[in-house]
Design a protein around this ligand. Structure first.
Ligand SMILES: C[S@@+](CC[C@H](N)C(=O)[O-])C[C@H]1O[C@@H](n2cnc3c(N)ncnc32)[C@H](O)[C@@H]1O
Length: 346
């Protein structure tokens, strides 16, 4: 690489936080939605209650990076291809979650967190990530929508989970219920329950009702560190164990084991990292994210097998969680491996 390319690569990284802050402001002001048809800056500033001079400066800055487009003849703003893409509800919620100010507050403590056991989040807010989000309603709503966004992003047939041998399914840490609702629609023979913190229950119940699945699905609010409901023959746990340390994962997995009978199934759905694979940029960014927000981590297949073994499960098989895989979620992720790890209670 020549000196100019090296400097340019470094600057691409350095401008990241500013660009993300500008983009977040545009999403908060709902500019992609307002620009479904071309608008003048006067209209936009009145609608968003912002100062027109500052708003136009931000728009010009974002335009330089491909977001929004100015027509100098009509003197109107409209969406570009990139800002139009943010009209997609799933991508919009994922974008907001990745760059919300709450995240920056955490990341400001990243260096300090390298010197102690506490995560950057604990140093900043004095509690676990989920507790912190629960105390901040705006951040919590963005978080819940983004979790559903990841599940929805590739369309309803995205998740590829075999439930042919199951009839009563418990989705542990099931978020707003999106996964179990999708699976119930795809597998008419199953009934099931979404288990999550009590604060998530109204959202889950509203979604179950929206999809007219109240006769087959319900929700239970609780704490997976205390106990899990019984009488299910299959437990799903998606994008949740990644949030926790090995010690905490074992506590959750032990509770999963207690809730199941011998021979029942556990399907652990998460990103799996191959430490030798230098191209897995999404895997490493996710791992850093987990390190900042708690004591979670992205694990290798071997680390997952070990945790399963220590919690009363036998590793059975591993397969990609989708037929398409999430290359489309981010170009950072062509090789990120989101998998279903099938295990049997022993
Ligand atoms: C990263 S989200 C994953 C949500 C969902 N499974 C998905 O894939 O979109 C983790 C979920 O665990 C839930 N959770 C966190 N701590 C919990 C606890 N102690 N007991 C029950 N659920 C918890 C959160 O509310 C959240 O919905």
């Amino acid at each position: 690489m020549d000196a100019v390319t090296i400097r340019s690569k470094i600057f691409q990284v350095l401008i990241g936080p500013q660009l993300a802050a500008m983009l977040y402001a545009s999403l908060e002001l709902e500019l992609p939605e307002l620009l479904l048809t071309p608008k003048s800056i006067e209209f936009l500033s009145e609608k968003t209650q912002t100062l027109s001079e500052k708003l136009e400066r931000i728009l010009f800055a974002l335009e330089s990076f491909g977001f929004f487009s100015y027509n100098s003849v009509s003197k109107e703003w409209s969406n570009s291809q990139l800002s139009s893409a943010l009209l997609d509800e799933s991508l919009n919620s994922i974008a907001k979650y990745c760059i919300m100010p709450y995240k920056y507050e955490v990341l400001c403590n990243f260096s300090e967190s390298l010197k102690q056991e506490k995560s950057a989040h604990e140093i900043r807010f004095g509690c676990s990530y989920i507790e912190g989000l629960k105390r901040n309603q705006d951040a919590f709503e963005i978080y819940q929508k983004a979790m559903a966004g990841w599940t929805n992003y590739d369309g309803k047939d995205k998740i590829d989970i075999d439930l042919n041998d199951s009839s009563r399914v418990l989705d542990v840490g099931g978020g707003d219920g999106t996964l179990l609702i999708d699976l119930a629609n795809a597998h008419p023979h199953i009934t099931g329950t979404v288990f999550d913190i009590p604060e998530s229950q109204p959202l889950i119940d509203a979604n179950i009702e929206k999809y007219e699945l109240s006769e087959r699905l319900d929700s239970i609010g609780g704490n997976f560190f205390e106990s899990l409901p019984e009488e299910y023959d299959c437990i799903l746990i998606k994008n949740t164990l990644i949030d926790w340390s090995d010690r905490d994962c074992k506590r959750i997995l032990n509770n999963c084991r207690k809730a199941l009978e011998e021979g029942d199934q556990l399907k652990w759905i998460d990103c799996v990292i191959d430490r030798q694979d230098q191209t897995d940029l999404w895997g490493v960014i996710l791992d850093m994210n987990m390190m900042a927000s708690g004591n979670g981590r992205v694990r290798t297949k071997e680390q997952m097998e070990k945790l399963l073994h220590e919690s009363g499960f036998r590793f059975d098989s591993i397969s990609p969680s989708t037929k398409k895989r999430n290359a489309s979620v981010t170009s950072l992720a062509p090789s990120a491996k989101h998998c279903v790890i099938n295990a049997i209670a022993i």
